[in-house]
Design a protein. Structure first.
Lengths: 311, 266, 289
């Protein structure tokens, strides 16, 4: 290799300090990956801007805060008077999500504790893989299961005329959300350092006491984060609730009532509206509402989970 | 504190150019200053020893020379270090600087590449694509690092799967493969057996004609065997710089140097 | 351990009960799914044949095969991957190799979490507003795939970031010490050792993309098309939407056919996931350092 000789005289040799090709490539890559990095922020802002843009006409026009949030009447295509009340849709979403959480929270926390604290070796590996595969089943398949399998089962078991209702969608949604909640909760439990367990065991605590008194309190935030993400998932689920709720506007009084969810309303009606009409814009306004709520849920979950890492 | 003033016999044993000039160097991590007020010159073609107990700031000094503070937001460097009379903190292309400086840190790192690719990496980064040239470089560097005989039949196996001592020598071979102007070794013999250490020490003596060497070591006798001049770092400062022989024959300015060299602490 | 044997026995019983209870809960979570899968296979398997997979639907979709939907799903997935993999890998490289620990990086991470958490139907609305209307792609494979790409971007980013971060810091430092630029370090040492991990993430994304329905409903997927798509600006059928259509929208549908469609879709998705899991386990068993 050739190199400029410095010789015995104290000279300045800055020949190494040249902005060569490698340096420029490095800078270019740095800029490129930075663009990739900010793309996530760009997309989130973009989502908000574009759905707001489409829903804007309704928000400044026909939108009436009281009617929108407190009227149970969703009659976007009424000849006499269009009404855009989403109360019944909120009730539908809330009832289905609520029932789903009632099912999913205890079972997924139980399963997470079992997998993290009791199962070992092959069993543990098997359960983890199974849970991961369950989480991968597409929502349209779950909707189909509600429609084709759960529906007749509910009709027969409970002797009701329609099996597409809060019960059906709640169970389906519970089964859907449980695997995700299980794996996040299991991560939270695994994140509790083993020395906590060892310290408690050294003091003579039983396995049950270790879990109840030490592990669960230490993992509390992570578990809460798991529950919140489950709620977010149930709240935003579209195809399964579209297919399993019965899709009729209703404020439910029992689990056998058919309901309609916010997400499903958009999915069912967007295709039939003319772009730019009040109905179309109202659907985008529901989209804004969904976006804001899920954003808050995700933000809360993130802050809570981050809380454990700092504390 | 001893600065290399003109006329000080301990400052410049050879009439050669200053390779590395250090003035009022201060290094801190966050609020904690771990090296302060260090000044000396290192001349071309000398072996410059740095001795001192753990946490004296020796390794941080090497990191500052190599501008590794760039990757650690906690680390701040004050004062100045010049390489070939160019202030390193003013350099735009720090990669160019690092290519001319070979470093061996105490923890051996065999990259998860083949042994051959480990040693050929630096030349390749420099644009060398000729396989025959690379073959020559790889063999020369592995031989100098006293590793060639052990690995010449399995150059395609992973460098990261070698034993600790072998990885250490692979790291040395990689530093040599850069064909550096300045070679900085930080406790290189920590994972290497005594016989191999002696072989590498012999190579370092040979290299003196081509390369300037900074030898950080916790073995005072190693500094005595190899270094032309030696600096003694203690508790975040440079206590003394002088001809190695002076340090070991008691011609020291500071009692602490004598105590350390004679093994009374550290 | 000598006087408290009664208490010990009580504790032991309680612990066994506890363990049994939790095990049962885990079982209850898994059992229905096993039953459901059994039913899907039992009812769906007889429908599946070579003709079912490679013929077009006939008779108002009540007979024939699912080929256009299968092909459409493959096209949608390919175009979505072309967009999201480079972008996602770039984002992950930024986050793992460059990003400082500050509020801006936290904002990016929060955006990624939200991108994964926003309801799929909201992604659909975005796709309509942005790609179909604003960028004038119309309802097309391109618009649908881009919508899917943005929705599944977090899958690639998270998997890639994890596998990049699994490469020890010492390797990077060793490269930097030799004068390698950040990019040279990434390209020669970090990426080659993370590539299999990235691949598991990509396969996972394929599975997610193939199963999504809502985001493509209004952006590019059609209930039925007599012709196969010719360019990315054409609409296409898709397997997931096809399942929705045949199970809800078509009167006089033979009971078995939707089961066949569901079985094909779920097999595709689970196969991809299993592949990803298998690759990950293989990786874990094969250490390079």
């Amino acid at each position: 290799m050739e190199r400029q000789s410095t010789g015995a005289v104290a000279g300045v040799d800055s020949s190494f300090d040249q902005l060569n090709r490698d340096w420029y490539i490095d800078k270019a890559v740095q800029i490129l990956v930075f663009l990739g990095g900010i793309s996530a922020i760009v997309f989130i802002i973009g989502i908000f801007i574009f759905i707001s843009k489409e829903g804007f006409g309704f928000l400044v026009g026909d939108f009436n805060f009281r009617e929108f949030f407190f009227s149970p009447n969703w009659r976007p295509t009424s000849e006499s008077r269009e009404t855009f009340g989403i109360l019944a849709l909120i009730a539908g979403t809330a009832s289905v999500t609520g029932l789903a959480m009632l099912i999913a929270i205890p079972f997924s926390l139980g399963a997470a504790i079992f997998i993290a604290e009791f199962a070992s070796g092959k069993t543990r590996e098997f359960l983890k893989v199974t849970v991961e595969l369950l989480a991968a089943i597409p929502s349209v398949v779950w909707g189909f299961i509600g429609l084709a399998i759960m529906n007749p089962v509910i009709i027969q078991t409970f002797d009701v005329p329609v099996g597409l209702n809060v019960l059906n969608a709640g169970v389906i949604l519970g089964l859907m959300a449980a695997p995700i909640m299980t794996s996040i909760a299991e991560d939270a439990l695994k994140a509790v350092p083993d020395r906590y367990r060892e310290a408690a065991e050294a003091m003579g605590a039983t396995r049950w006491q270790v879990i109840y008194k030490v592990v669960l309190p230490a993992a509390k935030n992570g578990l809460l984060g798991a529950v919140l993400l489950g709620v977010g998932r149930g709240f935003g689920e579209t195809m399964a609730v579209l297919m399993a709720t019965g899709h009729s506007i209703n404020i439910p009084t029992s689990v056998f009532d058919s309901v309609r969810a916010l997400t499903a309303t958009i999915a069912a009606e967007l295709g039939e509206t003319a772009a730019g009409s009040s109905h179309y814009q109202a659907l985008f306004t529901i989209g804004i509402f969904l976006f804001v709520i899920t954003f808050i849920i995700n933000l809360a979950a993130d802050l809570i989970v981050r809380g454990i890492r700092k504390g | 504190m001893v600065g290399p003033e003109a006329g000080n016999p301990a400052a410049a044993p050879m009439e050669s150019a200053v390779k590395l000039g250090v003035r009022d160097l201060q290094i801190s991590y966050g609020r904690e200053t771990i090296l302060d007020d260090v000044s000396f010159d290192i001349h071309e073609h000398e072996i410059f020893g740095i001795i001192g107990p753990a946490n004296a700031g020796k390794t941080s000094f090497l990191k500052a020379v190599n501008r590794m503070d760039m990757f650690n937001p906690e680390m701040t460097v004050g004062g100045s270090i010049t390489f070939n009379n160019v202030a390193v903190d003013k350099i735009r292309n720090v990669y160019g600087l690092r290519r001319r400086i070979g470093v061996v840190f105490p923890l051996p790192v065999g990259l998860p590449l083949s042994i051959y690719d480990n040693v050929a990496l630096a030349p390749r980064l420099g644009g060398q694509k000729n396989r025959a040239e690379l073959d020559i470089i790889v063999e020369r560097c592995l031989t100098r690092a006293a590793l060639w005989d052990e690995v010449k039949d399995r150059l395609n196996s992973l460098g990261s799967m070698l034993s600790g001592g072998q990885q250490q020598r692979l790291t040395i071979a990689r530093a040599l493969s850069q064909d550096p102007e300045l070679l900085m070794l930080d406790e290189f013999s920590i994972a290497v057996d005594p016989v191999t250490t002696m072989r590498i020490e012999d190579v370092l003596k040979e290299l003196r004609s081509e390369v300037t060497i900074i030898l950080v070591t916790n073995l005072v006798q190693q500094a005595r065997r190899l270094a032309d001049r030696t600096a003694f770092f203690l508790e975040g400062g440079c206590v003394e710089v002088g001809l190695t022989e002076d340090l070991f024959t008691g011609e020291v300015k500071d009692q602490r140097t004598r105590d350390y060299v004679e093994g009374r602490f550290g | 351990m000598f006087e408290a044997s009664a208490l010990n026995r009580k504790n032991e019983t309680r612990q066994k009960l506890f363990r049994f209870g939790l095990g049962t809960m885990t079982g209850i979570l898994i059992l229905p799914v096993v039953l459901i899968m059994g039913t899907l296979i039992y009812k769906g398997a007889p429908v599946i044949s070579f003709e079912f997979l490679f013929a077009s639907p006939t008779n108002g979709m009540t007979a024939g095969g699912i080929f256009p939907a299968l092909l459409g799903t493959v096209l949608l997935v390919i175009v979505a991957l072309l967009a999201s993999v480079p972008l996602g890998v770039a984002a992950a490289i930024y986050l793992s190799e460059y990003a400082p620990d500050n509020w801006f990086t936290r904002a990016i991470n929060l955006a990624i979490i939200n991108l994964a958490g926003v309801p799929s139907i909201v992604h659909a609305l975005f796709g309509v507003g942005a790609f179909v209307i604003f960028f004038k792609f119309g309802t097309s494979i391109l618009a649908a795939s881009l919508t899917l790409a943005i929705m599944t971007l977090p899958v690639v980013i998270v998997a890639t970031r994890e596998s990049l971060q699994a490469v020890p810091m010492a390797f990077r430092e060793a490269c930097w010490n030799m004068g390698a630029t950040r990019w040279q370090t990434i390209r020669r040492v970090v990426l080659p050792n993370a590539i299999t991990g990235i691949l598991t993430g990509v396969i996972l994304e394929v599975s997610r993309t193939a199963g999504e329905t809502a985001p493509i409903m209004f952006t590019g997927a059609a209930f039925f098309l007599p012709l196969l798509p010719q360019t990315v600006f054409d609409q296409t059928m898709a397997l997931s939407l096809h399942l929705f259509v045949v199970s809800t929208q078509v009167p006089g549908m033979p009971e078995q056919l939707p089961f066949g469609v569901a079985l094909v879709l779920i097999s595709m998705v689970l196969l991809m996931n299993s592949l990803s899991i298998a690759l990950r386990m293989y990786l874990r068993g094969k250490k390079k350092w």
